[in-house]
Design a binder for this molecule. Sequence first.
Ligand code: F6R
Length: 367
Amino acid sequence: EKGGYEHFMLKEIHEQPKAYRDTMLGRIDKETKKVVLPELKLTEEQIKNIRNIQIVACGTAYNAGLIGRTVIESLARIPVENDVASEYRYRSPIVTPDTLVIVVSQSGETADTLAALREAQANGAHVLAITNVVGSSIARDADDVLVTLAGPEIAVASTKAYSSQLIAFYLFGLYLAQVRGTQTDEQVAHVLAAMESLPEQVEEMLGKADAIKTYAEQIASHKHLFFIGRGQDYAVVQEGSLKLKEISYIHSEAYAAGELKHGTLALIEDGIPVIALVTQESVLEKTVSNIKEVKARGGDVLAITYEEHAVELLKSVDQVFAIPKTLPILSAAISVVALQLLAYYASLALGHDVDKPRNLAKSVTVE
Ligand code: F6R
């Protein structure tokens, strides 16, 4: 059942190229080079009228929504807010008939997310669910459903569901851009072509797992560590940090690289591991400055970046891990795989039950 893998989590990490292909299948028109989402009830008229989007979810699905925000804002220029589902309901969210609420849930059964969906509908919002389970409660109750085709996810720690949610956000973001005219046909085609390379690039990434394993074994003895990044990288490291905590029980925090100096830099001391994700070239220099701040306090920095920046970054960090390059808005779909492997191998090195971490359940049906 584990298909030759030691754990479901590792199997599911390796299933991501297939999950990407399946989630894209039939949704990219080969002739017109546009996104087609015939399953949506949302009309073009409604899409043109959207004034704001609220993305609501829990845990890893929430983290996918953080990427969703960067994607939708950059492609479609619609303002997006992210909310944790258990908070959303109780903050009297400001919803109008022109608000689109997107709930994200692998299982489609998370109680907090389902309650948030109902709250949004009661306030008059149109609710789109991004879910992996077609017959789930959330899929049934939502006004629209965009299914991820990751296949069943067994490991408690979500991997392929998260990354397939990213694919769904890319498709939906492009679709919004097409309808609202915020990207040209050429720009849309360019992003789609890059998306179609993602499965192969993830395969290439997976081929380098040994280097991540070696690094994971180095950090496994630490009690605390930090992740830093800017822009989409900041969103990705939040997921990497959650994954690491969840299955290795190593305490970590994900920080916006520029925010460390406003307090948390006080925690950086000799030898503390700091993992810097550096894919967003528009802020690369800024991130390097933040890395230098960390190095000056004794932090032991690993940079995860593109090959072409490796030599330059090695001047400021202790180690570099190179990942395949894609467009800035798509980078999460590759970089997160490195962080999933890191969490996996750290948990393995510590001898924990990777697929069934303590205190956690796959589907959280209590509020
Ligand atoms: C972490 C993890 C959880 C879930 C969260 C929401 O690896 O799996 O954080 O993402 O409980 O679950 P769904 O997506 O089923 O609503």
